[in-house]
Design a protein around this ligand. Structure first.
Ligand code: G6P
Ligand code: MN
Length: 452
């Protein structure tokens, strides 16, 4: 079985490869094709993978290419994990937003819109090519902002594109630990959009254990989301929000913390990745060790601004082991390839699951997966406060997709101005001007902006 990874020179590809090495079952991936535009990055990751597979019997054959058609032809699965504009683009997303006093996180707020605007045209072109060259393939999208990118790709691929994120699984794992239960025995009632979801129940043997957790301040304090949001606010909501909701519920604090930090997340990662790829170029024999130490550093510093704003302290050791997104990807792939029924929280088209959204809106909900793909299975509707936010953010995603598809700067302005974390149309106008000036990949919008 052939798996193509787009963005194959990316830093987290060794995690996917590691998960493949651990998969000893029949019908596993035997051929891994890494596609990237940057040959040097492909070479660096190639060294890491070769060293990682060194002691492993029968690892998948790894090849690299800079030709998209070559990568996807014959693939059963295509993982898309690209970063249009690179980490430099991420830094610009952050800086322009913070310069206007609003958040510039890569998936949330103005930063997420800017990132979406340069990513969607490329992601949709990939989707179009897959639909033609590998019409039977399943596309697993990791590319952020994952919800809106998956929705854009679904216009060409329908239900053959499935978006994934590790944050709901991480939340489930942490909550299970705080409750002292095995996460495999629980049904996590989680719903929303990517990076905008709420855990409303933890069902074990017909009982919901979430009320017990919400009533226990020590247990709440024992895990990341409990410390980020605080026991009182969690009890008020009656649910545990995804960690990214910290940007919505504690906006001023998060903006202040982002301004106080000496370097933005994008800037920290740019420097870290530069050092990593450079060190592999100089000393390819130690590629795996260099990757592992950079990975740990990335995990330790993840979410620093939210934890800083909340005084939530350090991450737990369990969370440093990697968020587990590669495990979600592998579980998804196996469920489809072997028709092994599994339940996973995924980004798929809504159908009739959440009544306030239309059928084609991509949502993040528990899904039953088998050879036929992923079907959402949500029981309860969102609470009123969640419906309001999900509706607003979905409208923003749609305006962003419209802007990208029609090269329409007016829709881009609409997306920015309607975002709940952008507090003025004037600010939105300045954000758009700043992004169009500074992001080369937005040339397609810039031309039409001038023409108006
Ligand atoms: C979490 C999010 C991902 C994000 C990753 C890395 O796992 O769910 O969407 O890509 O963190 O974040 P970082 O700030 O290290 O790039
Ligand atoms: Mn994510």
């Amino acid at each position: 079985m052939r798996l193509a990874v787009l963005g194959g020179g990316g830093f987290r590809v060794p995690l996917v490869h590691r998960a493949l090495l651990a998969d000893r079952g029949p019908g596993r991936v035997t051929e891994l094709v890494l596609h990237d535009l940057d040959k040097a990055r492909l070479d660096a990751i190639g060294h890491v993978l070769a060293q990682q597979a060194a002691d492993c019997a029968d690892p998948p054959r790894v090849t690299t290419t800079t030709d998209l058609d070559e990568a996807i032809t014959g693939a059963t699965f295509v993982f898309s994990a690209i970063r249009v504009g690179g980490l430099e683009g991420r830094v610009t997303d952050e800086q322009v937003a913070l310069g206007e006093g609003v958040l510039g996180q890569e998936t949330v707020g103005a930063g997420g819109i800017a990132y979406g605007l340069r990513t969607i045209p490329v992601a949709m072109e990939i989707a179009r090519r897959v639909a033609v060259r590998a019409p039977e393939a399943w596309v697993i999208n990791f590319t952020n902002p994952a919800g809106m990118v998956t929705e854009a790709m679904s216009r060409h691929l329908g239900d053959r594109v499935i978006g994934i994120c590790d944050s709901p699984v991480g939340l489930g794992r942490r909550v299970a630990k705080a409750l002292g239960i095995d996460p495999a025995t629980a049904w996590f009632d989680y719903a929303g959009l990517n990076h905008l979801g709420w855990l409303r129940g933890v069902h074990v043997g017909g009982r919901d254990l979430l009320p017990r957790l919400l009533a226990d301040p020590d247990a709440l304090h024992s895990f990341e989301e409990g410390r980020l949001f605080g026991a009182d606010w969690l009890r008020t909501l009656g649910a545990i929000p995804n960690e990214y909701l910290h940007y919505y519920y504690f906006t001023r604090d998060a903006v202040q913390a982002a301004r106080d930090l000496p370097h933005s997340r994008g800037a920290v990662l740019t420097e870290q990745q530069r050092r990593f790829y450079e060190s592999v170029r100089r000393d390819p024999g130690h590629a795996l060790a260099a990757w592992e130490s950079a990975r740990i550093e990335r995990e330790v510093t993840y979410g620093a601004e939210s934890r800083e704003a909340a005084g939530a302290g350090h991450r737990d050791a369990d969370d440093l082991e990697s968020g587990g997104y590669e495990k979600v990807a592998l579980a998804l792939m196996r469920a489809i390839a072997h028709d092994e029924r599994a339940t996973l929280i995924l980004n798929v088209r809504n159908r009739t699951t959440l009544s306030t959204l239309d059928d084609n809106a991509v949502v993040e909900v528990p899904c039953v997966v088998d050879a036929g793909g992923a079907r959402p299975v949500v029981a309860d509707q969102l609470p009123d406060y969640a419906q309001a936010l999900v509706g607003a953010v979905k409208a923003v995603e749609r305006a962003t997709i419209h802007a990208a598809v029609h090269a329409d700067p007016t829709a881009a302005l609409k997306a920015l101005a309607l975002h709940p974390l952008v507090d003025s149309v004037t600010v939105a106008r300045r954000l758009l001007d700043g992004y169009l000036r500074k992001i080369p990949e937005l040339a397609y919008l810039r031309e039409n902006h001038r023409a108006r």
